[in-house]
Design a protein around this ligand. Structure first.
Ligand code: GLY
Length: 382
């Protein structure tokens, strides 16, 4: 193209981007993992009343921390660890400043997501854990209470009765696939480096991972993300999963979009799938394609893992990907939807080896390019 043509092309592109952004926008928007629509509606109400994306994520996610509101895998009173105690993980991220507040292995405090928000607001740290996180929460005015319920006590008793199955220990005696602890390490053989690891938790299913991960974009275009969960049922005490780790549980960037993950956190946190998905969106992939590539990267090493990622870009386009279940439902409320809507993603079945030339461009960018070229052709030939 000649220099004037290049100028015209970029001018046309600017006009098309402007029109596309203003006509095609579906923000503000709230998106969250699973059909936890009460959380979506709460987050949406915050935004509809001119609240911030951060408030929408905090207040939306907090709905699921009430016992029995969403799934037993979020909040107090369920999914105890090996000693019968429920502990909580949560994080919240501001996509404008990239400030993050997170708590892991939080004990005896119900409002994990709000404690994470307090870490963001009242410290310059990112992540507090265990008893010290509890002490911090108490200082910030949160109630310290017992997180047991009849339900969690019953879950714990049934687990003990079933010889402590499921069980996440390995290379210990007595045999953790048959017996409860206490355990001693057994002499390990020299570690072989294997490409396909078997270190996945076979116990992760649709009921044993239900982190809520949320992404919200408010009326001012600010984006926030967050997660809250009680982690794996019968986990080893002290275990912290992917949910409170920035880039693993959730990640947001005000110039790109956001993503949140759910599933086998021990595996997922090794791949930072939320960060990876945002990074793929930055390269031009749609949210659905970006999420699929991130899940696919995990499958290369853990072909039997279970998990999902949901993503949204700054226009409000959203999508997800999953493996290990049949379907992954996620919930959306946006400027264009009358009501909260649950979308179902069909999970991918196996690892796909992509080559560099397989890079899928976002339809959004393709469309802009085609229309810009058409305008250029039209102005040159008419
Ligand atoms: N994804 C939640 C967890 O593994 O703790």
């Amino acid at each position: 193209m000649s220099a004037p043509s290049i100028q015209k092309y970029f001018l046309a592109k600017l006009v098309v981007v402007f029109i596309y952004v203003y006509i095609g926008n579906t923000i503000p928007i709230v998106v969250n993992t699973w059909p936890f629509t009460e959380a979506t509606i709460k987050g949406w109400n915050v935004i509809a009343n001119n609240g911030s994306a951060l408030d929408a994520v905090e207040q939306g996610g907090s709905v699921c921390e009430e016992f029995g509101k969403c799934a037993t895998s979020v909040g107090y009173g369920a999914d105890p660890d090996e000693i019968g105690e429920t502990t909580l993980d949560a994080m919240i991220m501001d996509g404008t400043s990239h400030d993050v507040g997170a708590v892991g292995d939080l004990r005896r405090v119900k409002s994990a997501l709000s404690v994470a928000r307090a870490v963001l607001e009242y410290t310059t740290h990112t992540f507090l854990v265990g008893e010290s996180a509890t002490n911090f929460a108490a200082e910030m005015g949160f109630s310290v209470v017992d997180l047991h319920s009849n339900f969690s006590t019953q879950q714990f008793k049934s687990w003990r009765k079933a010889n402590c199955q499921p069980n996440y220990r390995q290379n210990v005696a007595p045999d953790p696939t048959k017996s409860c602890g206490p355990y001693q390490p057994v002499k390990r053989r020299a570690r072989r480096q294997v490409e396909r690891s078997s270190r996945v938790s076979p116990w992760v299913d649709e009921n044993n991972h239900d982190t809520i991960g949320l992404i919200a974009i408010d009326k001012d275009g600010n984006i926030a993300g967050g997660t809250t969960t009680n982690g794996m049922n019968h986990k080893v005490p002290g275990r912290v999963g992917d949910s409170p780790v920035a880039g693993a549980g959730a990640y947001v960037d005000k110039d790109i979009g956001g993503a949140a993950g759910t599933g086998d956190g021990d595996v997922m946190m090794r791949f930072l799938p939320a960060y990876q998905t945002v990074s793929y969106m930055e390269q031009g992939l749609t949210p659905a394609d970006a999420a699929e590539r991130s899940i696919n990267r995990i499958l290369k090493y853990y072909p039997t893992f279970s998990g999902a990622v949901v993503a949204v870009n700054l226009k409000g386009d959203h999508g997800g990907a999953c493996h290990g279940f049949d379907l992954f439902p996620y919930s959306v409320q946006s400027a264009q939807l009358q009501n909260v809507t649950v979308y179902n993603v069909t999970c991918i079945k196996k690892y796909v080896k992509y080559s560099a030339s397989d890079r899928k461009e976002s339809n959004y960018f393709n469309l802009i390019d085609w229309i810009s070229r058409f305008i250029l052709y039209y102005t040159q030939n008419v």
